[in-house]
Design a binder for this molecule. Sequence first.
Ligand code: CMC
Length: 391
Amino acid sequence: TGMITLDPGYKNTGSCESAITYLDGEKGILRYRGYNIEELADKADFLEVAYLLIFGELPNKQQLKQFHEDIKQESHVDEEMKKILDAFPKSAHPMGVLSSLTSALIAFNPSSVNVTSEKDMYHAIIRIMAKFPVLVAWTMRKQKGLPLDYGDDSLGYVENLHKMMFKRPSKEYVKNKVVIEALDKLLILHADHEQNCSTSTVRITGSSHAGLFVSLSAGISALWGPLHGGANQAVLEMLEAIAADGGDTQKYMNKAKDKNDPFRLMGFGHRVYKNFDPRAKIIKRAADEVLGDLGIEDPILSIAKGLEKVALEDPYFVDRKLYPNVDFYSGIIYRALGIPTEMFTVMFAMGRLPGWIAQWREMRLRGEPIGRPRQVYIGENQRPFVPLNKR
Ligand code: CMC
């Protein structure tokens, strides 16, 4: 194999140097730009965290105001984009719709294709930060058969997202503090996670100097898979299946442990965290708080807790260091907020947006080379061509 080292899944290969997110899988530490995730989830809001991730420092009041103002200036999406959305069947999975719309955006904003200066880069970033929540909201409204709408510039970034998703045609939008804070926290917890599958996809797509929007669209597609962001939808479907099956958690534990059964305990295990996922801890507590505050009793939450308890004591999971990950409890909160199951991964994408942007920007500013892994060839040696009538 010459000089080529084989590392399927890149388990031990660093693809870049990065100053954005620090992760210690043994100790369960996650930091954005040096700030602990626990502190950010508790004290910052999503827009501040987005600024921090993208530009490297927490914004001061003036910087945050300017960032938000610039975003508001770009918060419209070309009306023609609605025709593209219209062409999808209502049953289309929202992740496919979101990825397509994100990619299509470039046709209406051609100046964001070739970004060479930092100024162009800033403009492309502002545009996508502004338009993405509209696409997220449209994606859900389409599925629910609700009229498409734009936001309200007088609202905060997350509040506005929530309004665009949930505003009913004939009803006044009423802000619910518990709901907005929960959403804000979830988005912050998802905002970056260093070189995961979708982020690596964004960086490698962007490394060919394809533009930001299409690199993000590629990232959204990667996120969709059930081993990655799609796990949050899969967790909820699993919990519902267990509930429908009489709540028999042991049966599903046995399935997950059975090597002849492809079933995995969704929301468990992580490539890097081998102790615990700090995001899961925060989300579990938030799920309790949100359901309590909203007065919701969800039998799915007790099934999840039961499953976690059994798994944490089971030698199969203990030996393999499998713990609940970020996706295990997030769906329970989304569900309490009235977000349909198929939209869960779209919410993950909404949260991950600033992280993807920050990683793309870092890659471009550092002038990284095109991503191009090598391989170890294991196919046929040279052989003579056989004409069709001789095969
Ligand atoms: N249920 C049952 N067994 C599992 C699970 C699980 N959820 N996860 C890992 N294992 C077993 C696996 O079968 C293997 O066993 P053995 O050593 O006997 O062959 C061992 O644990 C190591 O697993 P792996 O697949 O080699 O580990 P990986 O680092 O390649 O995969 C993972 C990590 C997250 C893809 C995997 O744990 C998994 O499929 N989990 C379920 C899906 C999920 O929750 N994904 C969300 C990840 S976190 C957020 C995100 O990325 O979006």
